[in-house]
Design a binder for this molecule. Structure first.
Ligand code: UDX
Length: 433
């Protein structure tokens, strides 16, 4: 198939590279010249495991190129919309300006026989509105949400756990086109759900709302555990054995962040309110509040452990990305914790294997190091907020030699608590001590 991918961020760059690997001819299009230059040189503009190899191989095959010129879309008949839908600056709704611009720019190059596949996460009702404009050219629209996780994006794109096609009733021709695009995944037996636009849009936001709710549920239990002396990790293990509940996404800690979950639950709430159904998802406001409270809990614990104030104390913050195996610091709980400790007067030295450059752009006031040893040396307190294997695997005995104060706050409940306590550390977890 001849494919264009509009938007080459975390989603589009991986999608374009993966589609080329699967044998399609792909052009990736983005307005950001620096990004396109780097991608053309085979260098991903962000960290994603496996992407450098995939990108290089796909470019070398001659089936993948990148450009800022949207006219290149004229060569393709399937066009993926993979631009961002960030939170609006003045509210909770999704900002659709990049989606609208992508469609505006694409319209002159599409016509009968073309399929536009929307991958961006959008408020329900967007696809129906866009379809009218697209169909006026003779092209067709399919809403085809993406469920990739950062850190596993290559795997999730090549072997997704399901495919969802939202289309006009009876538009079998468009479904057949996407079947050809996704032939590899379909041969592997990937479930394929064909539905209408609204359901496809809602599948994506409701999946993220469910995941966010699951995390906030266990974090709410962590708060109760803190008030009662219970252990939230054991609680999660015990309830997780019930297959109806399941253990995944039940890790209590500083909560969820990133470019999807936080803004998606807010956009969902805003859209539901527009639809007069605000009360149906009013619980998502609670999910958001619980999540943000857990970030504050770390600062409270830090103050309590350092005698009431962190002022002038050196605190090693391990992790700034929103999760390990990513360089993404968007809405990162870890970075938020570092910033609030700094705001309370601490001398914060934040370490991260991949996220320092992005964090520095957002919060230049913090001191950053790539090597955790530099953060740990002479620290009065250690705070682990992103569970990078480099940090969860630290040797508590050797680490104790580096610090001034052997106190650790495990913001992800990811350390071997008994080993740290045995090495002489004072350990504080989230919903367990
Ligand atoms: C998420 C969805 O998983 C994915 O399907 C969707 O396409 C995009 O949004 P991603 O943002 O990459 O993917 O991150 P995810 O792995 O879901 O983690 C989100 C956040 O939740 C991270 O900050 C993570 O640390 C946190 N988390 C996850 C927890 O706090 N506890 C858990 O048990 C699991």
């Amino acid at each position: 198939m001849r494919i264009s991918v509009i938007g080459c961020g975390y989603l589009g760059a991986v999608h374009a590279s993966a589609m080329a690997k699967l044998g399609h001819d792909v052009v990736g299009i983005d307005v950001d010249t620096a990004k396109i230059d780097r991608l053309s040189a085979g260098e991903p503009p962000f960290f994603e495991p496996g992407l450098p190899e995939l990108l290089t191989a796909s470019i070398a095959s001659g089936r993948l190129r990148f450009t800022t010129d949207v006219a290149a879309a004229a060569e393709a008949t399937v066009h993926f919309i993979a631009v961002g839908t960030p939170q609006t600056a003045d509210g909770n709704a999704a900002d659709l300006r990049f989606v609208n611009a992508a469609i505006d720019e694409l319209l002159p190059y599409i016509g009968p026989g073309h399929v536009i596949a929307g991958k961006s996460t959008v408020p329900v009702g967007t696809a129906a509105r866009l379809a009218e404009r697209i169909e006026a050219t003779g092209a067709r629209l399919v809403w085809n949400p993406e469920f990739l996780r950062e850190g596993y994006a290559v795997h999730d794109t090549v072997e997704p756990d399901r495919l969802v096609y939202g289309l006009r009733a009876g538009d079998e021709a468009s479904a057949a086109v996407l079947d050809e695009v996704y032939a590899h995944a379909l041969e592997l037996g990937t479930p394929r759900i064909v539905t209408d636009f609204a359901t496809a849009e809602l599948v994506k936001v409701s999946a993220n709302a469910f995941l966010a709710t699951k995390i906030s549920f266990i974090n709410a239990m962590a708060e109760i555990a803190e008030a009662t002396g219970a252990d939230v990790t054991q609680l999660a293990d015990a309830i997780g054995h019930d297959t109806r509940i399941g253990r995944r996404f039940l890790n209590a800690g500083v909560g969820f962040g990133g470019g999807c979950l936080p803004k998606d639950i807010r956009a969902f709430t805003a859209r539901a309110e527009e639809l007069g159904r605000g009360e149906s998802v009013a619980f998502l406001k609670e999910v958001d509040s619980i999540n943000l409270r857990r970030r504050r809990r770390v600062a409270d614990l830090a103050m309590a452990e350092l005698g009431g104030s962190v002022n002038g104390k050196k605190i090693a913050v391990l992790g700034v990305t929103f999760k390990p195996h990513s360089d993404d610091v968007r809405d990162s709980p870890a970075l938020d914790v570092a910033v609030s400790l700094k705001g309370l007067g601490a001398h914060v030295v934040a370490a991260d294997p991949k996220g320092v450059a992005n964090a520095r752009l957002r919060h230049p006031q913090l001191d950053y190091v790539e090597d955790a040893t530099d953060a740990l040396s002479g620290a009065d307190l250690v705070v682990l907020v992103t569970e990078w294997p480099e940090y969860t695997g630290l040797d508590p005995v050797a680490t104790r030699e580096l610090v001034a104060g052997a106190i650790v706050i495990d913001g992800r409940n990811a350390l071997d608590r008994d080993a740290w306590i045995a090495a002489g550390w004072r350990y504080r977890g989230m919903g367990r001590d």
